[in-house]
Design a protein. Structure first.
Length: 315
């Protein structure tokens, strides 16, 4: 069941105000695309360069929205006044507050996956490695725009005990916005590379932003798994973790991934191409394996899952 909220819950979570004499305590989903509104939904009017919040509010109501969430500065058309209207200081901030409220109402363990490529493959592999222990929900990004993976987070079922979200970016601030909203317990950073090596430091700053949203802790648990084969990434890691009381795991030493045969990697690639139309590389396998270990899956269990002992005997 997706996230649903009553009028009172929305007002409390967003510090909003009731702008109409009509109120409803029926819970409804949060939607920001007026054309996709279903009867009983709440429509939150997000301003953009191309759409008029007032016109979208009219469309949403005609599609059956039970109420509208708007910016306080917006004037309310007469036909909207006959519906439940909640005003907030900023609808973008209000939406993030609602997402955060749902994250903590379900209260799963949260893993964020960032990097310039291999994010989705890593997420799918990680879910498969953890399925015996966790009921995981994957929150992929709908696009590289402002909303990112928000829609998928709001679809998180109540029985979820592990949320794995995708954090991509166009500019600095995109990843810290979603990371700061969801408070990840573990960050996984897949390979970061730019076609122009001179821009690697920019990409490292962009994607390693997820690490800046980690909560400090004094435990020995790993808070970050980073594929740091890029010198620019290692430099950024040292900078971010310099003042943080966190434990990280990066490349170095022996890895279970190295024991996988080329045939096994190709089999995984075929399965992944069927599932999400993407192949698998050893870097993504490494990220998923080390992420699973950070979440408590033993190396012996992982060997069984990958049938590594059987491969050795066959060889």
């Amino acid at each position: 069941m997706p996230a649903t909220f009553s009028a009172n819950e929305i007002i409390v979570i967003t510090n909003g105000e009731l702008r109409s004499s009509i109120t409803s305590q029926t819970k409804g989903k949060i939607t920001w695309d007026a054309d996709l509104v279903e009867p009983g939904d709440w429509f939150i009017a997000i301003p953009s360069h191309f759409e008029d919040p007032k016109e979208n509010s009219r469309i949403a109501l005609s599609n059956g929205a039970q109420g509208i969430i708007i910016n306080r500065c917006e004037r309310i058309p007469k036909e909207i006044c006959d519906s439940t209207v909640i005003s907030v200081a900023d609808t973008k901030a209000a939406l993030l507050n609602l997402v955060r409220a749902w994250r903590y109402k379900i209260n799963p363990k949260v893993v964020g996956v960032s990097g310039s490529f291999g994010r989705r493959v890593t997420m799918v592999l990680l879910r498969e490695l953890l399925k015996s222990r966790y009921n995981a929900h994957l929150a992929f990004m709908s696009n590289l725009g402002w909303y990112g993976c928000i829609a998928e987070v709001l679809m998180m079922p109540a029985e979820t005990d592990l949320l794995i979200f995708e954090a991509g970016a166009i500019e600095r601030g995109d990843i810290s916005r979603i990371g700061g909203t969801l408070d990840p317990d573990l960050a996984i950073v897949t390979p970061i590379k730019n076609p122009l090596p001179s821009r690697d430091s920019i990409g490292s700053s962009l994607y390693c932003e997820l690490l800046e949203t980690l909560k400090e802790n004094s435990s020995k648990e790993i808070s970050a798994v980073v594929y740091d084969d890029n010198p620019a990434v290692r430099t950024r890691l040292d900078f971010v973790f310099n003042d943080l009381n966190l434990k990280r795991y990066s490349l170095g030493g022996k890895s279970l991934e190295e024991k996988l045969s080329c045939e096994s990697v190709e089999e995984l690639s075929e399965a992944m191409r069927s599932a999400i139309d993407q192949s698998v590389t050893r870097s993504e396998i490494w990220c998923a394996i080390e992420g699973a270990k950070a979440l408590g899956i033993s190396e012996s269990t992982l060997e069984e899952l990958f049938e590594i002992n059987q491969q050795a005997e066959t060889a």
